[in-house]
Design a protein around this ligand. Structure first.
Ligand SMILES: [Fe+2]
Length: 166
């Protein structure tokens, strides 16, 4: 997908360096259900949603790359959000530069992303919408009650982002 120049300019992340760091530290299958293809779909969906919701693009993009980065298994791992949130904090200033408010939002969005909450902050909810819309990949239909107004509009389109859903 082509993003407007304004959007590109706001995505201020050393992606090559960050991907190398994630390749080095990620313990699971890189192409598995919580690996890089999932992060790419969450990113794609998150950036589309951000254009509708007005969410912070940098926070949403970093959420996509980092939220599942510290899973220890592909099944039940309730602490993975907290580990990934602290990891994100440790990377701030190395591969990206978030201010305090942005970092607080990213930390909370990552730490609570699998707790089944909804949030009235558009950036946090956009992160969660993007992740939840990729539930199609594991054969689950995203539940509208956990999505924002904008996220609900993408339930059906998101189905076709995953090859096994076609
Ligand atoms: Fe995820």
């Amino acid at each position: 997908m082509l993003y407007p120049n304004k959007v590109k300019a706001m995505l201020n992340i050393n992606k090559k360096g960050l991907m190398q760091e994630l390749r080095r530290t990620f313990r699971l299958d890189w192409t598995g259900i919580h690996g890089a293809p999932h992060w790419a779909r969450v990113r794609h969906c998150g950036l589309m949603l951000s254009n509708l919701s007005g969410a912070d693009l940098l926070v949403v993009e970093l959420f996509a790359f980092l939220h599942d980065s510290h899973r220890q298994n592909d099944f039940r791992d309730p602490q993975h959000g907290g580990r990934a949130a602290d990891y994100a904090l440790s990377l701030n200033g190395s591969y990206f530069l978030l201010n305090r408010l942005q970092m607080d939002k990213l930390h909370y969005a990552i730490s609570a992303h699998s707790d089944g909450e909804v949030h009235d902050d558009v950036t946090i909810q956009t992160c969660w919408d993007a992740d939840r819309l990729d539930l199609w990949r594991v054969g689950k239909t995203p539940d509208p009650k956990y999505l924002s107004h904008f996220g609900r509009q993408l339930i059906e389109p998101a189905k076709f982002a995953h090859p096994f859903s076609l």
